[in-house]
Ligand binder design. Structure first.
Ligand code: PSU
Ligand code: MN
Length: 306
């Protein structure tokens, strides 16, 4: 990456781990600033880092603070992301603006992948990815996350995609862009709150070691680009598919009524889904993200051996 030091601050711990080839796991900050309410997000932000350390990997939460790209946040910076006052949602197209204007923003999956590549981090844990929105064939609302997965060499562990998206078209798009979609111990691409979406993955990679070997093969051959790993929410935290479908339909009707568009759609829907489920969806969201952090750390540990 060009002139990394001019734009990015990597904590000494992360820099040292990357240099030594030790396992590091990236985390996004949009899930904090625009995906979960305060103060639950702060408890989550701390715990998810602990979960990664427990597996023997180093967490690297990404963000843009006063125009500086950050890999690894201080406690004060984490708090700032969680309070989310004036914190923008930063995808690829927003990055030059927040940097040049010295603004503060939370990184989406796409931007977290970019910052991961800059910092030399190859594995990233999130909750759900962006994708082709329902009605995307008309609105052309397709998250930049999908293009990033096509081009940026990071393995992204997620719990699938929410039913606010058109999961079938999201998977078709990923196929077109040449992104391997793996299940971690599952044949089904998960649907975030639920373990199954009704759509299959390309390949059931049964263990973190399998995922690491596949990622290593992809990058060793010079194929570049990312991989998407679907890791289903643990059974005891999973929600009922039909119930969640109804909730999501209602949230989408509310968005339509409020005339919400573009980058504000996802945060709007996430907040309304939490409200409509009386907070149950937040508990599931938090647990699936821990589950992904654990799996991502195990993949990073395996990758470090290759
Ligand atoms: N989906 C979720 N939770 C999230 C997001 C998506 O279930 O928090 C966030 C992620 O940061 C993702 C972004 O990268 O929203 C996608 O936004 P958009 O569709 O505007 O690209
Ligand atoms: Mn969009």
């Amino acid at each position: 990456m060009k002139d990394l030091k001019a734009f990015m601050d990597v904590t000494p711990e992360i820099e040292e781990a990357v240099r030594a080839g030790k396992p590091v796991v990236a985390l996004e900050s949009t899930i904090l600033s625009h995906g979960m309410p305060y103060p639950e997000n702060l408890g989550f932000a701390r715990e998810v880092e602990r979960v990664i350390r427990e597996q023997g990997a180093v967490p690297a939460t990404m963000a843009v603070i006063d125009g500086r790209l950050k890999a690894g946040l201080t406690e004060a910076e984490l708090l700032r992301m969680c309070e989310a006052k004036g914190v923008l949602k930063v995808s690829r197209r927003d990055l030059p603006i927040v940097v040049a204007q010295k603004l503060t923003g939370a990184t989406t999956v796409a931007t977290t992948m970019i910052l991961s590549q800059m910092a030399g981090v190859r594995v990233f844990a999130t909750g759900g990815i962006g994708g082709v929105h329902r009605g995307g064939e008309n609105s052309m609302d397709i998250s930049a996350d999908l293009q990033e997965l096509a081009h940026t060499p990071v393995a992204v562990v997620c719990a699938g995609a929410k039913m606010i998206l058109d999961i079938g078209r999201t998977l078709e798009y990923l196929e077109t862009m040449g992104v391997p979609v793996l299940g971690l111990g599952t044949d089904d691409f998960p649907a975030f709150y639920c373990r199954k979406s009704g759509f299959g993955v390309d390949y059931n990679a049964h263990t973190p070691a399998d995922v690491a070997r596949i990622a290593h093969a992809k990058w060793s051959m010079g194929l570049g680009g990312g991989l998407l790993i679907g890791n289903p929410v643990p059974e005891r935290y999973a929600m009922d598919f039909d119930e969640m479908s109804a909730v999501i339909d209602r949230a989408m009707a509310q968005a339509e009524e409020a005339g919400v568009r573009g980058k504000d759609i996802t945060p709007f829907l996430l907040a309304h889904i939490v409200e409509l489920t009386g907070g149950d969806s937040l508990k599931t969201n938090i647990q699936l993200a821990y589950n992904n952090a654990r799996a991502a750390a195990q993949i990073a540990v395996e990758l470090a051996k290759l």
